[in-house]
Design a protein around this ligand. Structure first.
Ligand code: TXA
Ligand code: MG
Length: 321
């Protein structure tokens, strides 16, 4: 079976994208599965390769705020301010799209999700192109997002034309999605830019409850980021006699636990640092999913700062309410 070449050849990646190809791209959040957002045929291939339902729209990626005006009708002042103050970084704006963006990208919605990924290789790539890149996370639909090039190659390598090696993603969880509804500023997905940081810049925001399986609220499918193993939320007063310790793994915040073999435990941040925990989250879940175990116990982290986005991913990995 053919598998995608991996490297740092930006010119080559650009050429493939101009020809309607699919390229794995590094971003500071997670790796993306990219195609020319203005080319409907190429975008259709993204949905196919990811096995993604067509009602789940894609984010487009551009090199600078100046490029936004090519693809969106307007940017509300507070969102512009937020993007200027914090970007480029893990922030996606939902804005009214111009006609040039094909309906397939937005699943027929009026707004397009748009962001500037903060990774030097992908920014260089975007500067070489005269179109935006549509890119969902480069994982099969519903599975754990990739934070390293080898994750992309292992799962989708045979269906991509090239994978850009940009090392490990520094933020490690997806961008925060924000938009306006009436007089409210709404967070549609908690992500790498914390709500605390956002409110510091633009004041109070309204956070949508993500535990829904209603596809009308895109990207908020209840089961997502899911390993193949059974995932359960850990609590200190669990009945350990019901658990086969040799067949159980543990994903913890700061400390290991008794009752699970030491070699089956992954700690996100011994010092309790949320950024470190976010960076290691998907790596740790994948590592546990690869062990010879059948259950993964996960420990929720405190519900503050990036801990809120981390818990969102953990809850959906366990498909909890
Ligand atoms: O950090 C990120 O955002 C990564 C990197 C690759 O940029 N991308 C990413 O894409 O997480 P994806 O497709 O895995 O998640 C995008 C989410 C989906 O939940 C989708 O439903 C939502 O954004 N979304 C995209 N366009 C939308 C739109 N027009 N309206 C509402 N939600 C939208
Ligand atoms: Mg995704």
């Amino acid at each position: 079976m053919k598998t995608a070449q991996v490297g740092k050849d930006i010119e080559k990646a650009a050429e493939m994208l101009r020809n309607g190809g699919l390229v794995g791209i590094p971003t500071e959040t997670v790796y993306g599965l990219a195609a020319n957002a203005l080319d409907e045929k190429a975008v259709t291939r993204i949905f196919k390769v990811k096995n993604r339902p067509s009602f789940d729209p894609l984010i487009i990626h551009v090199a600078s705020l100046a490029d936004f005006q090519l693809y969106v009708k307007e940017i509300p002042v507070n969102l512009l301010k937020l993007a200027e103050k914090t970007g480029p970084g893990p922030l996606t704006l939902l804005l009214p799209k111009k006609d040039i963006i094909p309906d397939i990208v937005t699943s027929g919605l009026e707004r397009v999700a748009i962001r500037i990924p903060n990774h030097p290789l992908t920014l260089e790539l975007l500067r070489q192109l005269d179109f935006p890149l549509a890119a969902p996370s480069a994982n099969p639909f519903g599975y754990i997002s990739p934070t390293r090039p080898e994750h992309v190659v292992a799962q989708l390598g045979d269906q991509l034309d090239y994978v850009i090696d940009g090392g490990a993603s520094e933020v490690g969880i997806e961008s925060t999605i924000i938009g306006i509804e009436g007089d409210k500023t709404v967070i549609y997905r908690k992500g790498g830019l914390s709500i605390e940081q956002i409110e510091k810049e633009i004041g109070k925001v309204y956070v949508l409850d993500h535990s829904t399986s209603n596809p009308e609220a895109p990207g908020m499918l209840k089961s997502h980021y899911a390993p193949n193993k059974k995932v359960m939320v850990y609590s200190p007063n669990m009945h350990f006699e019901l658990i086969d310790s040799a067949k159980t793994g543990f994903l913890g915040f700061k400390e290991t636990i008794a009752g699970v073999r030491a070699e089956n435990q992954f700690i996100l941040s011994a010092s309790g640092d949320y950024s470190e925990a976010a960076r290691k989250l998907f790596y740790g879940l994948r590592w546990l999913d690869g062990l010879d175990i059948d259950t993964i116990l996960i420990e929720l982290v405190p519900e503050e700062n990036l801990g809120r986005a981390i818990n969102d991913r953990l809850r959906r990995a366990a498909a909890m309410d």
